[in-house]
Design a protein around this ligand. Sequence first.
Ligand SMILES: [Zn+2]
Length: 445
Amino acid sequence: MKNNRQSIFLRQSEVATYCRNQNIKIKHLPNGVLIILGSQNNPESVSASLNFTFSSGAYFDPPSKAGIHHLLEHLINPPISKLAANLHVSINAQTSYANLIELCNGPFSSKVKNYGLLPLLSHIYESLMNPSALYENLEETLSAERHVIRTEIEEKLVDHNWLVWKKFYNLYLKKGNPILTDVAGTIDTLNNVTKKDISRLIQEVLVSDNLVISAVNEGHEKNGEILFNKLINVFRRFRKSKNKKAQLDWNLLDLTKSFDSKSGQVHYVSTGLHNGLVSILFSFELSVEEFSVFEFGLKNYVDYLMPRVHQFSRQYGLGYYSSVSTERLAKKGIIVIRFDVVKKSKSELEQIINFIQKNLPTIFFLSKTEISTIVQTEKNKQIVIPLTTMARIQWMLFGYFRYKKFINADYVKKTYADINDKHIEFWSKKLHREKALITVIGDVS
Ligand SMILES: [Zn+2]
């Protein structure tokens, strides 16, 4: 058995004690709804935020009705948006390949019954239970929302940045990987969606054992307790599913290199847009262990690299935009360094790529002084903000959604404290220029 201190996940038997110590409340209702609440206990604040996450998303759209989850999401907020605005609660919703999420932020005070989140909760419940029942003319609403989505689709199709990542993932991920899911669908597939399809989806997706409610109460702990109990009372009545919904298999999200990554070999991909923009991406693949163990240092590391990349980019007139980003793709992660340039000839692009490649070690190499600055920053963070409640809850949920396990924040803290010279060694080996996958995406022909 692995020593738990070395594990990023908690054992089931440790969850209760751990949450007590971390001031996190977890309740699994008999109908299957999971409620998680963290309190910041700040007497100055009466703010709270609620996320209602249903674990089903566009990946499960029938291909002929692609976009149906997204269309359903568009139905949730209109019936309650006026009331929410009057109560000073901001609401939003989003769909991904994996989830449908309703987000609410606003004041919560048990003492004020007619303001903020408290009086809105029962309305959120109604809308999540059956949004389609709250429209006088559902057919009309559906066609209006199809129109809204059409605009969203059109905007994306001319968005260089969106296309770059879309092409990048298409090249990098195995076919059928859920991340490649087109959340919005097309106008044709949306037109195929009927009222009946929507009611069926509501019965299948907006169900209790699909629902995780994560709440952060910034204010007094007592207030948080009241919010927690209120959520339990309202959502214990939420509909149970009749048949078991297919769960996303996170193993499907494994990255598979679909192209040769030998150094010097450059992959050109056209976005089909003639906007004169070309993005050059250098990417490095990380295993989940590398990503998890070094993640917190990695974020900081990347923050440190960003100004260098900008400076490098400006100094050599490489482009108008540059960035360094990291992404955890379920079981793996990537770090991508990107330069956007105004269209050049192929030979000019190759010169630029050679130049960047030659200089990558300089960009990535941090001196001992710089590393110790990062270590110090990380350590100070740990003392000054001992992992905010919001972040803690996000970690808990991250682990829960992907691995059905809870993340051990103590372990995360320990990795902060452990950042040291080993990082220099690790990253200088890992981010070696020979290991970079090079892609050129944009107005290339
Ligand atoms: Zn939308």
